[in-house]
Design a protein around this ligand. Sequence first.
Ligand code: BGC
Ligand code: ZN
Length: 357
Amino acid sequence: MRAVAVTPGKEGFELIEVPESPVVKGKVKLKTLYVGICGTDKAIVNNALGFVRPPPGEDKLIIGHEGLAKVVEVGEGVEGLKEGDFVVPMVRRGGNCFHSRFGRQDYCEDESFVEAGIRGLHGFQREYFVDEPEYLVRVKDQDLGVFAVLTEPMKNVMKVIEVLQHAVARYYEVCEDSTLSCLKAVIAGWGTEGALLAMALKYLGVEEITAFSREESEEKVKVAELLNVEYFATKGGKANVRDFHLFFDMTGSPEVVVEGVEGIRNNGVVVLFGTNDRAPSHELRAEVITKVVEKNLTIVGSVDGSKGNYEQALTLISYWYARDKRVLEYFLEGAIYAPEEFGEALKHRGLKAVVKW
Ligand code: BGC
Ligand code: ZN
């Protein structure tokens, strides 16, 4: 069968032939339906991520971590899954860390975990794979079809929301009528994860969302319009945003984060969600630290998510499917590529590129 692989340490990818694995006791055989591509995949192909590694004893890594697959065979002793079920396979698994004992390997204290398609475990850009049921999240609402491929990136957002709830619990940041409608949120960096985050914030009742990115594009303007988000391009200048409660950074740029800290209101929460080791460095001035202290700010980082976060992501996608399907459709407009077109898919300009297997 075909698979898309990289050789960690080298730039580029190849479409290779690999043998199919048979289903064994306690495992499930899956036919891959769709696999999304994100910034992590692009960085892997460009050899720009230090932690990428193949499974032990191999030199190639099959990439792809935004999967949607169909159960084709269930091994002996497997419960809760049957042929025909749609599932989303989880990215991060196992490890010897304490947190992975109760399914929170997204909070692993050490590096003992693996991530499918990223570090130490093959991913899902291949025709079939055999997997462990504990890492498969069943899609209860199968009507979602291809849109369920957005579950994996959305689970990162659901963890951010979880983190946010912990952060705001240190004080009482709700509006007088107990809703979140008076809160203002700013999203720095307006791409796929930013738009998914806006979908989660809108669901929670945060009405006023401003987003910015360096360069404007037709896609960015259109998705902002669909989500009723106020959007502008900074074109390299400052964003000059002021007087907001929540700041989400998708850029990984120190300069942008400092601007967020400077503009945010007292008790604000700054969530760091994007990484970019190649972003220009920026000085951390003493006044910035004073601001963090004096304003009671919470600055918090978040990566990956738990099985619970995948389930919440599916629920949120179902919500948007019912509320305004156009938003989901827009994500996947012209975005479906064949495995042979993987190179073109990497260069896709819209919000999300997806390989159909
Ligand atoms: C994935 C996460 C993963 C992270 C870092 C992201 O693209 O969605 O699950 O933990 O990359 O490897
Ligand atoms: Zn990703």
